[in-house]
Every structure is written in structure tokens, then in C-alpha cells.
Design a protein around this ligand. Structure first.
Ligand SMILES: Cc1cc2nc3c(=O)[nH]c(=O)nc-3n(C[C@H](O)[C@H](O)[C@H](O)COP(=O)(O)OP(=O)(O)OC[C@H]3O[C@@H](n4cnc5c(N)ncnc54)[C@H](O)[C@@H]3O)c2cc1C
Length: 233
């Protein structure tokens, strides 16, 4: 474990913030860190850029992180895990809720590689859509119709010519990913897609077994990014 300082905190809404560190963490998009805020549990968080995390408050540790002030010191293990496979052609990124975090890093990385990137991003309400200013080309969906398409991001994806994309990347709550998996399967596009999974994770190094999938893969070591065709959903 090593320590980094939180240089800047960008609060997006009442329960989501981006913490920008004082140093770059050598990494690839899709990788995560085990982060330790003094006095709280160590938790896994995806990098939302080589020097930031974007956190949604859902419990004690994430609430404390969202309310942290610049100057705080946090312990880091990693970055680790399998990253997304990059492309320099046409890419579609599909995000649900805080699943946007690793896709923000991927978005910037693919654009730097010369890819043509489009993002479909869904949330419950408009207020929960964060970091839109970072996205070059995007469409949003909200469950309550407060912004963009009225419905889920998977329903929005159903209306799109998915076949024209060379690679498809997704991250979000498991029910959303399962619905998207069904859609990709129907269209015979699973091979083109990679999903980043967020399972309950304790040790983050392949020992404790808490993040094992029914297929036998450990999300922390064999994931968190998986080719969608490998997931038997
Ligand atoms: C590889 C990976 C990357 C992640 N990246 C991010 C990220 O970029 N930003 C972010 O905000 N969160 C991310 N998460 C989820 C984050 O780790 C959890 O929200 C966090 O551990 C919750 O800790 P807590 O103490 O605040 O809440 P807890 O009290 O531990 O949990 C609060 C609630 O959230 C649920 N929960 C906890 N962990 C998870 C999880 N991993 N997946 C789904 N539900 C969970 C619990 O079941 C409970 O209902 C990631 C998880 C993984 C495994």
C-alpha cells in the first residue's frame, strides 16, 4: 500500500463526487484500486482517469469519501485487474448510474487513440447524470424522463444500430448488464462486447472468494472486465 493526497474534490450532486489525486497512477482504463480512507473499510473503486476516482455514496465508506476535503490522504493498493481492450475504430460505451466511472477513463483513452466514441448513459433522474461535460458524443436516458430518452439505457440501446460498432463496452448495475447481455445475445454481438462488473469484493487480490462468479471467475483477478461472451447469463 502507498499513500496519495486528494488534491481536488469535484462534487457533482449530493451523493457523487470525483476525487482528484496529486499524482498519476500508472494504469489502464477498467482497472480498479483498493482504497483505504483512515478509519474506514478498504473498498474497490474504478479509476475514472489516471489520477481520479468518481464515487457514489451508498454506505459508510463511500459517504465519507464523497465528503472528504482536499488535502486528505488515502491509502491505495493497485491499480489492478484486467483493463478494457482498446480500439481505434468505432466504439459504443453504455453506462448505467455510477458505472460511468471506468467508462470516463476509457472514453478519454479511446479518443486519444483516434477512436470514434459514442456514449449511451442512463440514470434514474437527470440529477444523477454526472461528468457529461467530459463526453464528446452522447445520448442520455432517465427512468423518470427528466432528461433525454424516457426509459432505461438498455431500451435506448435497443433502438440503435449496434452492429455498426466495432467494440461495445458496458458498466452499470447487474440487472442493467443482464438486460444488455440479452439484447447483445439476440443480435449475436456478444463477442464484440466487454462488461466491467461490480461485485462485492473484500480482499481485492484473489484470496477471499467473495467476488467469485457462478462461472468460477474472480472479479478482482480475472475481471473486473470480461468479454460478454464468457458470461453465462
Ligand atoms: C471493481 C469494482 C469497481 C467499483 N468502482 C466503483 C466506482 O468507480 N465508483 C463507486 O461509487 N463504486 C464503485 N464500486 C462499488 C463500491 O466498491 C461500493 O459501493 C463500496 O464498496 C460500498 O462501500 P460502503 O462502505 O460505502 O457501503 P456498504 O455499507 O459496504 O454497502 C452499501 C450498499 O451497497 C452495496 N454494495 C457494496 N459493495 C457493492 C458492490 N461492489 N457492488 C454492488 N453493490 C455493492 C451493499 O450490498 C449495500 O447494499 C466498485 C466495485 C467494484 C467491485
Amino acid at each position: 500500500m502507498y499513500c496519495v493526497k486528494v488534491e481536488k474534490v469535484v462534487r457533482h450532486n449530493k451523493d457523487t463526487a470525483t476525487l482528484i489525486f496529486d499524482s498519476i497512477l500508472p494504469s489502464y482504463p477498467g482497472q480498479f484500486v483498493m482504497l483505504n480512507l483512515f478509519g474506514y473499510e478498504e473498498i474497490p473503486l474504478s479509476l475514472s482517469s489516471p489520477r481520479s476516482i468518481t464515487v457514489k455514496a451508498v454506505g459508510e465508506t463511500t459517504k465519507a469519501l464523497v465528503n472528504v476535503n482536499p488535502g486528505a490522504i488515502v491509502g491505495i493498493k493497485g491499480p489492478s485487474g484486467n483493463p478494457f481492450t482498446p480500439t481505434d475504430t468505432k466504439a459504443l460505451l453504455v453506462a448505467g448510474g455510477i458505472g460511468i466511472a471506468p467508462l470516463l477513463y476509457l472514453h478519454d483513452y479511446l479518443i486519444a487513440e483516434g477512436a470514434n466514441v459514442h456514449v449511451l448513459y442512463g440514470a434514474r433522474t437527470a440529477d444523477e447524470l454526472v461528468c457529461l461535460e467530459r463526453l464528446k458524443s452522447y445520448e442520455v436516458a432517465t427512468d423518470d424522463g427528466s432528461k433525454g430518452f424516457y426509459g432505461s439505457v438498455v431500451e435506448l440501446a435497443e433502438l440503435k444500430p449496434l452492429r455498426k460498432y466495432e467494440r461495445i463496452y458496458a458498466c452499470g448495475p447487474e440487472p442493467m448488464l443482464r438486460a444488455f447481455h440479452r439484447l447483445l445475445k439476440e443480435r449475436r454481438l456478444l463477442d464484440k462486447a466487454e462488461f466491467s462488473l461490480e461485485r462485492l469484493m473484500r480482499c481485492g487480490m484473489g484470496v477471499c472468494g467473495s467476488c467469485v462468479l457462478p462461472e468460477g471467475f474472480r472479479v478482482c483477478v480475472e475481471g473486473p472486465v470480461f468479454n460478454a461472451a464468457k458470461l453465462e447469463w
